[in-house]
Design a protein around this ligand. Structure first.
Ligand SMILES: [Zn+2]
Length: 384
């Protein structure tokens, strides 16, 4: 179950410009200029006079280049930097540059020899068009919170923008525990700038981690859920401000920051507040407000749900898909359940709306989808 009735309404040391030895056919300066031009074209309206573009062509091979481009701000600025992966091809006397999130990026990444086979499948999804910002109502991320499973950290800031209060509210501020920031899900990792790691995941998602100290330096390295990315910190090398050690954790989908609310990270569902940095997160019926602490329960599987009794302590299990079937025990609020398949039955109303969908659990018993967060309004593992 997910927001069934209101989904649409609520979801409305790398810094230096690395110049790699270039083939005779193409001067590296030409590449940098071409990337800068593409950034300025892409970022029309946000290019302030004090924002420098840092181009890092981390890989060069023949007529191809791959790297990162970061539109910096100043340390202390309320605005955080913007950044893109780029792929470039030298042909017909000039560089053709595509930034992450453009259809041409997917096209070039699909055939560029500078793109590794492991990352190619992920990058070709970053074409700006294949996944909507609400993913057709599919809010499953398969992500843990970005720190060790089993730890409890402070949620210093609830949903807010990548750059302060500006929508979408893609980001959470997290701090505490052992201060080790870890990848929320497997993917390929890129150092965008000192203190800033981006991980490209499957299904069009990506996550950003900012303000890090001791960040790893990577360019397309395969990471697992739980791979160390850096420590919480206050780094603002590429711009922005941080008043205390934390990780600014941002959710992206298909090269755009997307509202993190209603998604699931670490079996918590962030909820927007009245203003940026407020809000809360829900684990079943347990609600933690900004300033509170969130325990990392790990990633919710794509065929799993978190029992949400909508304020109750337990939810009844039945021998079939409806209240006309016999009781078969109960399951506690906040418990993780695995769904084998689903069927229509009696209708019920929970926190996320009304539904007649019932889910058969891995133990053979049935629970109404009304009292379960799965990230989908429909069946997560097919009909029985
Ligand atoms: Zn933040």
């Amino acid at each position: 179950m997910t927001v069934r009735t209101r989904a649409a309404a609520t979801l409305a040391a790398v810094l230096s410009t690395a110049i790699v030895a270039a083939p005779a056919a193409a001067a590296p300066g030409d590449l940098t200029s071409a990337v800068v031009a593409e950034v300025h074209q892409r970022a029309t309206g946000v290019v302030a006079a004090d924002r420098a573009t840092v181009v890092t062509p981390a890989r060069r091979h023949g007529d191809w280049a791959f790297g990162t481009a970061v539109l910096t701000t100043r340390p202390g600025s309320p605005h955080l930097p913007d950044g893109w992966l780029f792929v470039a091809h030298h042909a017909d006397g000039g560089w053709s540059v595509a930034l992450e999130g453009e259809p041409r990026f997917a096209e070039l990444a699909g055939r560029a020899p500078v793109v590794g086979e492991g990352e190619r499948a992920l990058l070709v999804r970053q074409d700006g068009g294949r996944v909507s910002t609400t993913a057709g109502g599919d809010l499953r991320t398969g992500m843990a919170l970005p720190f060790a499973v089993g730890q409890t950290w402070g949620m210093a800031g609830g949903p807010h923008g990548w750059s302060g209060a500006a929508a979408p509210w893609s980001s959470l501020d997290l701090a505490g525990g052992d201060q080790r920031v870890l990848a929320a899900r497997a993917g390929t990792a890129y150092t965008m700038c000192t203190g800033w790691i981006r991980v490209i995941h499957d299904r069009g998602y990506a996550t950003d981690y900012y303000h890090l100290w001791n960040n790893i330096n990577v360019n397309g390295a395969a990471v697992s859920q739980g791979t160390f990315l850096g420590n919480t910190g206050t780094d603002v090398t590429c711009g922005g401000s941080a008043s205390g050690r934390h990780v600014h954790f941002g959710l992206r989908q298909n090269n755009a920051y997307v509202g993190i609310a209603e998604h699931n990270v670490g079996k918590w569902v962030p909820q927007n507040g009245a203003s940026a940095y407020q809000g809360s997160a829900l684990h079943g019926s347990t609600r933690v407000h900004a300033g509170g602490s969130v325990h990392n329960y790990g990633a919710l599987g794509f065929t799993q749900g978190v029992i949400d009794a909508n304020g109750g302590g337990t939810v009844n299990k039945r021998t079939g898909p409806g209240t006309g079937y016999a009781l078969a025990g109960s399951v506690a609020d906040g418990a993780t359940v695995t769904v084998s398949c689903s069927a229509n039955g009696t209708s019920h109303t929970g926190r996320w709306g009304a539904t007649n969908l019932w889910n058969r659990l891995s133990d053979g018993t049935w629970v109404t989808d009304a009292f379960m967060w799965t990230g989908l309004s429909g069946p997560v593992n097919g009909y029985c």
